[in-house]
Design a protein around this ligand. Structure first.
Ligand SMILES: [Zn+2]
Length: 327
């Protein structure tokens, strides 16, 4: 049986169990943290009671996930989101939550001169080293690749990162998770780049596709053979909960249970915003119950009520993660 890399070592694919495909234990700006280590997160959403290094909050959300029956998360915390696999391993060892780490670059356009001056193959070499040798001087290996396109679209820099991820995928067989922005129509172009590079579409997951409820857009992506993430439950500012659910129901009815993931893109802590801004965002309803618990506490009960079967649940949370990661 295939094995899948986690922060505590490789596990048999059959040991993955119930998996949330897109959750972050901690998100922070690594450059700010490196230069001003005293500048702690002013708070996370919703772990505002745990300012600091995010450790307590990460333990709390990991424990909560385990208590809800989650055995594994894929944590797409890449470069620029503060990836720290030693931190992730510590949280995993203390809570028993299996954590699947990634390699990649999370940027909407900016790249440091180091990468501006290098080509996609040189970047792919770094990604491959994380996959084949280990991350940050550890023996922890990346199980998937992460890249992103957002409001600026697929700029020259973004295309380079996508081609680097694609080439690393072709070289190693690792799958790709691509952050997308449906409102900017990024998904189709992202997929096009991967296909141009010879990536098997069954290894590509277009994250945040659930930020739209335009079923034509979604089905056009699905027809290319990729996976899609309905993975931002609780982030009302991109699409309200009820419209996310309507999309999920429609896709289940149309037979796409074997192509979709349900997750929240939650962050144990995130340092992107000042406390006052977080309070304002919550008061304005931009995020609601945005938390690692939301899928099991709110999404699934309602979908089951609407006819989602046990087999579909097993498909989405157990079989799909294995098929994407190890297929
Ligand atoms: Zn994310």
């Amino acid at each position: 049986m295939a094995t899948i890399e986690t922060v505590t070592g490789p596990v048999d694919a059959g040991e993955l169990g119930t998996t949330l495909i897109h959750e972050h234990l901690r998100t922070r700006d690594e450059a700010v943290h490196e230069q001003w280590p005293h500048a702690k997160a002013s708070g996370g959403i919703p772990e505002r009671e745990h300012p600091g290094d995010g450790h307590a909050a990460a333990l709390e959300v990991a424990t909560a996930a385990v208590e809800l029956g989650v055995r594994t998360i894929c944590d797409p915390t890449a470069m620029f989101l503060g990836r720290d696999v030693s931190f992730m391993r510590d949280v995993s060892e203390r809570t028993g939550l299996q954590v699947v780490p990634c390699t990649g670059i999370y940027t909407y356009d900016h790249l440091p001169p180091f990468f501006v001056s290098r080509d996609a193959d040189a970047i792919a070499d770094l990604f491959c080293a994380d996959i084949e040798q280990g991350i940050q001087g550890t023996e922890i290996k990346a199980a998937f690749l992460k890249c992103a396109a957002d409001e600026p679209g697929v700029t020259e820099n973004i295309e380079k990162v996508h081609r680097a991820a694609a080439r690393a995928s072709v070289r190693t067989g690792a799958p790709i998770m691509a952050h997308s922005r449906p409102a900017s129509d990024t998904g189709p172009r992202q997929v096009e780049i991967f296909l141009e590079e010879g990536v098997d579409p069954a290894k590509v997951q277009v994250a945040h596709t659930g930020d739209t409820d335009d079923l034509d857009y979604i089905e056009r992506l699905l027809q290319t053979g990729v996976w899609i993430g309905l993975d931002r439950y609780g982030l009302e500012m991109y699409l309200p909960f009820d419209r996310r659910q309507a999309t999920a129901k429609a896709l289940l009815e149309r037979g796409y249970a074997d192509r979709i993931f349900l997750s929240a893109d939650s962050c144990g802590t995130i340092d992107w915003f000042e406390q006052a801004a977080i309070e304002q965002m919550l008061a304005a309803g931009m995020a609601k119950d945005w938390d690692i618990r939301i899928v099991h506490e709110q999404v699934l009960p309602e979908l089951r009520e609407a006819g989602m079967t046990d087999d579909q649940v097993e498909q989405i949370f157990v079989r799909n993660p294995v098929a994407w990661l190890a297929g």
